[in-house]
Design a protein around this ligand. Structure first.
Ligand code: F0G
Length: 482
């Protein structure tokens, strides 16, 4: 959406859509929320959605669909093999990315499973700008390792750098030399780098790293799950890009890679996924894995209805009026919190606004999961469900010690076209209140700790009665019923 001028005040983000179907929300009183948080084992993944006012856990599979996407869902071709729905989806992807071969999969991590199963052998080293939890888990599951070589400044929370997802090219070269090219099965570049605050990577950096990989004969893989946000930032922030269309930029990016995969829960605004493969021989070498793990080659575990919605969603992802909504709301949220002195990741990226828990609750030691504690506090103090993106989301080292995350973030996702600006204002207000009462937030410890992806199913408890004290302070300011 272009910046719309206002007569009386500075521009604010303006929705370029209207709401046609709504879901009623309720705001439980604070004591109820405290109870629900305890029942959920201080893990926001374990909360029931009906107990949440603002569900900012993720943008995955919860973006609002358009009328055109819903209309598309009325014309699926239900066939086990050879579904016309599949060919429509594949052709749309080819039109956008210029890559002919498409392997469907039920979601992003399924693509990661296929790619890791195909490529990764024990002790292989996969180079990335930054890992994503499931991408890494599939590689380590097979005995591989991950090297994250994002530039150092990408991990500095307060900054005005436009592309904090850029990879350090010297470090990539040194890593390949050290490992030898044969031990690097692929280089994975993540658009809209999720775990460091949805920060974009520049086209120039993608071009340089893929050229480097090619010079060593190493395949390049783009995780395009958050591509739509990254596209917006390239157009808005990168030199020489503002006059190019989103489609042109997408094509320039796609031309750099051997393989592109995506979660359709993000890219395409519905639910699904898939892998685009440039070389016919590589496609055939991988195709057997789809019927084995996902479903037949013309649906890959997706529902045909969702596939039709995605096909429309891909087109919508190429429209600036659509893809700018998320980043503009996030920017609004980040700027206001920053003005209030709340430690947030700047500049605003895609996906959501990110609180820097290391600073926000600097009194909580990292082995008591500061971001995990803060995300629980946010639910107690506003019915807002965010997601921990820090040490809790890591897995322990082989010797059982904690692997401390380089950043402790609380992510408040802004699923696309879902929340209004007044709801965003409410979140900003409650975060500010929490910041002013941050000394009341204490740590967490595990009661039940799963070995893999522990943040999904782990059960924790508070290290003291801090949640009760926090709820009491909240009640004193807002009353019992809020
Ligand atoms: N890659 C990225 C960059 C992601 O953000 C995700 C999911 C995946 C891959 C996996 O895709 O969920 O369809 O299996 N991110 C979600 C999130 C879960 O909440 O950030 P999936």
């Amino acid at each position: 959406m272009p910046e719309i001028k206002f007569y009386k005040h500075e521009p604010i983000p303006l929705e370029m859509h209207k709401v046609k179907i709504v879901q009623q929300l309720k705001l439980l009183p604070v004591d109820e929320r405290l109870k629900k948080m305890k029942e959920a084992g201080f893990n926001t993944f374990q909360l029931h959605n009906g107990d949440i006012f603002m569900d900012m856990l993720t943008d995955s599979g919860v973006n609002a669909m358009s009328d055109e996407m819903l209309a598309g869902m009325m014309k699926p071709d239900d066939a086990y093999a050879g579904s016309e729905t599949f060919y429509r989806m594949r052709d749309k992807l080819e039109e956008i990315f210029g890559i002919k071969y498409f392997l469907p999969a039920h979601q992003g991590r399924a693509c990661e499973n296929i790619l890791a199963s195909f490529y990764v052998k024990p002790d292989n080293c996969v180079i990335m700008n930054y890992h994503f939890t499931t991408a890494k888990a599939h590689i380590t599951r097979l005995g591989g390792r991950v090297e994250e070589l994002v530039k150092e400044e990408g991990l500095i929370s307060k900054s005005n750098l436009p592309f904090k997802g850029d990879i350090d090219l010297d470090a990539v070269k040194a890593c390949i030399e050290k490992e030898t090219p044969e031990n690097v099965p692929f280089i994975r570049i993540e658009a809209g780098t999720n775990l460091i605050g949805g920060q974009p990577i520049s086209y120039a950096n993608m071009k340089a790293v893929t050229e480097l990989a090619k010079s060593y004969g190493i395949p390049t893989v783009l995780d395009a799950s958050l591509l739509q946000d990254n596209l917006y930032f390239i157009k808005m922030r990168e030199e020489g890009m503002k006059d190019k269309s989103i489609r042109e930029i997408t094509r320039m990016i796609a031309d750099l890679y051997d393989i592109i995969y995506f979660s359709g829960r993000k890219f395409g605004f519905a639910r699904g996924g898939g892998i685009l493969v440039r070389e016919e021989s590589l496609y055939h070498a991988m195709e057997d894995l789809i019927p084995m793990f996902e479903g037949f080659l013309t649906y890959g575990g997706m529902s045909v209805r969702e596939m039709e919605a995605l096909t429309v969603g891909f087109d919508e992802s190429m429209e600036m009026d659509v893809i700018s909504q998320g980043p503009q709301f996030i920017d609004y949220c980040v700027r206001k919190l920053d003005e209030y002195g709340v430690p947030v990741i700047t500049p605003g990226g895609g996906l959501g606004a990110h609180l820097d828990a290391m600073q926000f609750v600097s009194h909580i030691p990292q082995d008591q999961y500061p971001a995990g504690a803060l995300v629980c506090a946010l639910y107690i103090c506003g019915g807002i469900r965010g997601m921990e993106r820090g040490t809790l989301s890591e897995e322990r080292n082989a010797d059982g010690s904690e692997r401390f995350a380089s950043m402790e973030l609380v992510r408040m996702a802004l699923p696309r076209r879902v929340f209004t600006l007044s709801q965003t204002e409410y979140v900003i207000d409650r975060v500010k209140w929490l910041y002013d009462h941050r000394e009341l937030v204490g740590g967490l410890r595990f009661v039940h700790e799963p070995k893999t992806l522990r943040f999904f199913t782990g059960i924790l408890e508070a290290t003291s009665d801090w949640p009760e004290k926090l709820a009491a302070a909240y009640k004193a300011d807002f009353g019992e019923d809020q």
